[in-house]
Design a protein around this ligand. Sequence first.
Ligand SMILES: Nc1ncnc2c1ncn2[C@@H]1O[C@H](COP(=O)(O)OP(=O)(O)O)[C@@H](O)[C@H]1O
Ligand code: SF4
Ligand SMILES: [Mg+2]
Length: 347
Amino acid sequence: MKPGEHMKPDRAHPEKRLHPEKPVHPGNRVNALDIRGLRLRLPGTARPVLDGIDLTVGPGETVALVGESGSGKSLTSRSALGLLPSGATAEGSVLVDGEDVLTMGPDRLRALRTGRAAMIFQDPRAAINPLRRVGDFLTESVRRTGAMGREDADRRAAELLDAVGLGPELLRRHPGQLSGGMLQRVMIAAALMGDPVLLLADEPTTALDVTSQAEVIALLGRLRERFGTGLLFVTHDLGLAAAISDRVYVMYAGRIAETGPAAALFERPRHPYTAALLAATPGLDPGSGRLAAIDGQPPDLRQASAGCAFADRCRYATSRCREQAPEPRGEHPVACHHPLEGSRADA
Ligand SMILES: Nc1ncnc2c1ncn2[C@@H]1O[C@H](COP(=O)(O)OP(=O)(O)O)[C@@H](O)[C@H]1O
Ligand code: SF4
Ligand SMILES: [Mg+2]
């Protein structure tokens, strides 16, 4: 056996991963997601809606992407499935498990979306056909692609329901008979059917009550240990980001403002926007951290601006900030001409 080989999940026989003797650890596989210089332009806008995004999710890593509504979180995560708005033009690369999604044809994209990458959406009820039984919903994509026969697919569906804490009797139920929390667990089981290396979760607990929220977060943590899946967790809730992630990307107006390990970033934010978000967050308890009020509005996509997009809302803005857009710098990159240090970060 080559070094590290025992650590690889068995992709040819995904069912073997359901009962590993110990958690699957990723070893030295390529990144689950590697976004480089992603620039997305939409018709009728004066500046790119995503403007040079660099973001990685290592194998088995949990990464949070946080920011106010409209900052570009969903566009970024959807790009990993090649889901771009109509009329959008993209530059850069979006590698999933080492392959560029932006250059894939329709067949490869379809295979990607039923295999290596899967998304859990905010509202499970909107993502499931109410007339189909849960069992058919879980098995339809792997059966359609021919990845599994009926028997294997049914067995795997039952095993995955068990992994998300639900019984096999649910296979015969309809979505209307399940609570929102149960349905989101079904969506997570469905996302795992294709044995993904990358799970994208776009505000997956926003539509749930607080108890179901906590259960789904705990479940995602356990599944990540068990299946070694990389997770990009999109949220506007700093408390959730702190609770679930290894690393955090803070996004503002289509750019990454700051990146770093979750604990360091929340204890000592360096970008004034991160600091303002934290100041507007009443404690970091999951569920309590809605990005409430920071004064002012993000810039309008129809107006081009040369300088830092946060300048109009930033108490540290200088003339340089208004003239020149800051590029990310440093070990934990921060895109700011005057990053906060020490006591200023605590202010
Ligand atoms: N399909 C689309 N067509 C045009 N504009 C869009 C589309 N999707 C998103 N946008 C715009 O792109 C920006 C970022 O959107 P989004 O990624 O959904 O933000 P977030 O998920 O952070 O709330 C917003 O200004 C939004 O209005
Ligand atoms: S570059 Fe200037 S305006 Fe932008 S966040 Fe930093 S200090 Fe504020
Ligand atoms: Mg969104």
